[in-house]
Design a protein around this ligand. Structure first.
Ligand code: URA
Ligand code: ZN
Length: 394
């Protein structure tokens, strides 16, 4: 991409290590991996909206037929291969990637298996980072379905791993969402260990909201374009209303997809609080910080929003130095190009890069204040915020 002398850093980029794929292959309910006649690659089936199509495809397969619609998405080598990740980085001139396990992480594991599996998945990520010293860092996966002492031990462990820069979190937390008071010790431990939480959606909204035509006609557009961002927005707003940011002032979060719709709706959240009789009554508690204060001090946003319009809102919502709180990402290996070779350029990358340039009205490498902001979002912010330096690489 060539952003002047600055490094290009991708902070939103996923992998499923082979061990995780094996777990998905062994499962009978989502998330799972299945093969179907008519599809060269196995299929990765993740979302609730995909279940009806999965069931029809399983029934067709059982009858020895090719399913009319193949469920999910092709599980290509892009999901698990380190070489492929490096190839993708070379193709798009990405210097450093902060990789994370993709959704739904370890959310579906039993209490007893989560701890050991988290340890071995995090060891896989550590090994990959070590092998590509300085080019790769990672957000670790936590065993959130395990007992609290196992979760806290995992936080202590990952904070000692040299390439770990935070943890990836879904919105379910311990099962009751991120405003669950039982999560406070986890948030305190993460804040004390200076580990960023990368908050990422998976569950979306209930299927009914998409209407009866969705299954046949709209593919994955509604849950991914709207369900994911709303899920993130709701999760963070619940944390905010529960006073988590007041109680854990050192907690830092990086929100996927530019915070969902949070930048756009922050004013409305403030207004609803101001006008809420319950929150103003003796029985109610209002957050101490405004949502704007939280956005400019404890929240960072990725730039995975594909348009300068959303990006400008994200920068403005993030305070006077908002351009320093935004970080470029790709969401690789999701959203591969459909009309061209996956080994080549991905629109999901070029669109996000173009959106950053357009949002600041600056070209690559421009020696101006705006050019500097572009370089910040494209990489310098991530290097500074996540301390993406590693000396002694061979
Ligand atoms: N992007 C993700 O990270 N996960 C999905 O399931 C789809 C898109
Ligand atoms: Zn993602």
């Amino acid at each position: 991409m060539g952003f002047g002398d600055g490094k290009v850093v991708d902070i939103h980029t996923h992998m499923y290590p082979p061990e995780y794929v094996k777990i998905l292959e062994s499962r009978t309910s989502i998330p799972l991996v299945r093969s179907f006649p008519g599809s060269p690659d196995p299929r990765l089936i993740l979302l609730d909206t995909e279940v009806p199509i999965l069931e029809e495809a399983e029934a067709a397969k059982a009858r020895g037929e090719t399913p009319a619609t193949i469920p999910g998405r092709p599980l290509t080598k892009h999901y698990s291969s380190l070489n492929q990740k490096m190839h993708f980085m070379e193709t798009h001139e990405i210097d450093i990637s902060v990789v994370s396990l993709a959704n739904p992480w370890l959310d579906f594991l039993s209490a007893s298996e989560a701890g050991p599996i988290a340890e071995s998945i995090n060891a896989d990520f550590s090994r990959m980072c070590e092998e590509k010293c300085g080019r790769l860092f990672f957000f670790a996966a936590l065993p959130l379905t395990a007992p609290r002492d196992v979760i806290l031990a995992s936080i202590a462990h990952v904070s000692s791993l040299p390439y770990c820069r935070g943890v990836i979190f879904g919105t379910s937390g311990l099962g009751k969402g991120l405003d669950d008071p039982d999560l406070l010790p986890v948030f305190h431990a993460l804040a004390d260990a200076k580990l960023m939480i990368f908050l990422h959606p998976h569950y979306g909204l209930p299927n009914e909201v998409w209407g009866p035509r969705a299954k046949e006609n709209y593919g994955h557009v509604l849950p991914l374009a709207l369900g994911f961002p709303m899920e993130t927005t709701i999760a963070v707003t619940r944390m905010y209303l529960a006073g988590v940011f007041d109680q854990v002032p050192k907690l830092n979060m990086l929100l996927a997809h530019s915070g969902g719709t949070l930048p756009f709706l922050a004013g409305r959240i403030e207004s609803c609080i101001l006008h809420d009789g319950h929150l103003h009554s003796a029985a109610g508690t209002k957050p101490k910080k405004t949502i704007w204060e939280v956005l400019s001090s404890q929240i960072y946003l990725d730039a995975v929003v594909y348009s300068d319009v959303g990006l400008k809102a994200a920068v403005q919502a993030s305070g006077p130095e908002g351009h320093e709180r935004l970080m470029f990402g790709t969401d690789h290996p999701f959203f591969p190009p459909l009309g061209s070779d996956e080994e080549g350029e991905w629109e999901s990358v070029t669109w996000n890069g173009a959106a950053v340039r357009k949002a600041f009205g600056a070209e690559d490498g421009e020696d101006s204040e705006e050019g500097k902001k572009v370089r910040g979002v494209m990489g310098a912010n991530a290097v500074r915020v996540l301390n993406l330096r590693r000396d002694g690489c061979r």
